[in-house]
Design a protein around this ligand. Structure first.
Ligand code: LHQ
Length: 260
């Protein structure tokens, strides 16, 4: 299996998926959405795979979310449709597979990239990691399940602050909030991740059942919430503020939102 935007490797029960567009901080293109979903389906079907590792190439970024260069105001398309067809199936695939998904957050995780980390079962972070619910900075709201996972993981108060202010949560604070299991120096992330993944891959059959019972306990309405996020993002994507937010990002300036 050969991919252009991700690396995919299976070894000793662990399937490792690396988002691989480091020059664009591993931001999502349509092709990356397709390839990530394909690899998740492959590993889920493969009896030899017991655990996934999801990470990003390079030390700067795990993933900067949707590639905003694909989204200039003149060719932005329907954001709701983009979520339904490209992103939500990935989030559901991660929650629905019985394989444990370990996220190695190697750098900044922003927007859809931040929420992708939240969909995983466990997160281990490098000291460089930052979690940014960046949507508000470009005039959008949370998607990819962020509005569902974040309040459940760290509580509504802090989650609301992250969504409304769009400020980064650094690795140590993420540890304090219980968002990540461990913070390690960047140079040790690969080895620490491998050790944890191999431990998970050697776990009993009940590991998948543990995941299922936690899904049922906490995530029963995930599909409906993903659909709701798609409908609210559709509205946000039609606003002048979103166009201004994306333009300001491209032009490397602060957006001048008008509340419209
Ligand atoms: C990028 C990006 C990027 C393209 C950095 N795209 N190039 C789902 C469905 C449908 C539609 C819409 O959205 C969604 C969900 C979303 O994900 S919306 C949110 C999209 N993501 C963001 O708003 C985050 C945008 N990026 C940032 O805020 C910063 O780049 C972060 C905080 C991630 C990192 O900051 P720095 O470390 O200071 O790096 P930088 O900003 O200098 O970026 C480095 C390069 O990467 C730069 O390119 P250049 O050619 O100037 O070197 C950026 O333009 C590029 N890049 N994120 N999302």
């Amino acid at each position: 299996m050969s991919y252009d935007t991700i690396l995919y490797e299976k070894l000793d029960g662990v399937a490792t998926i690396t988002l691989n567009r480091p020059e664009a901080l591993n931001a999502f293109t349509a092709e990356m959405n397709r390839e990530l979903l394909d690899a998740l389906k492959d590993g889920s079907r493969d009896k030899a795979v017991r655990c996934f590792v999801l990470t990003g190439a390079g030390e700067r970024a795990f993933c900067a979310g949707q590639d905003l260069k694909e989204r200039s105001p003149d060719r932005k398309g329907s954001l709701g449709e983009s979520l339904r067809s490209r992103y939500n199936p990935i989030i559901l695939a991660i929650r629905r597979t019985e394989k444990i998904v370990l996220c190695a957050v190697n750098g900044v995780a922003a927007g859809a990239g931040c929420n992708l980390t939240l969909a995983c079962d466990l997160r281990i972070a490098s000291e460089n990691a930052r979690f940014i619910e960046a949507f508000v900075r470009v005039g959008l709201g949370p998607d990819c399940g962020g509005s569902y996972f974040m309040p459940r993981l760290i509580g509504l108060g802090k989650a609301t602050e992250l969504f409304l202010l769009g400020e980064p949560l650094n690795a140590q604070d993420a540890l304090r909030y219980g968002l990540v299991t461990k913070v390690v120096p960047a140079a040790e992330l690969a080895a620490e991740t491998r050790a944890m993944a191999e431990r998970l891959a050697r776990g009993p059959r009940s590991a998948g059942l543990i995941k299922r019972t936690l899904n049922r306990s906490m995530y029963g309405e995930l599909a409906a919430q993903l659909e709701y996020e798609a409908s609210t993002q559709e509205i946000a994507g039609r606003t002048a503020d979103y166009d201004e937010g994306v333009r300001a990002f491209m032009e490397k300036r602060t957006p001048a939102f008008k509340g419209e």
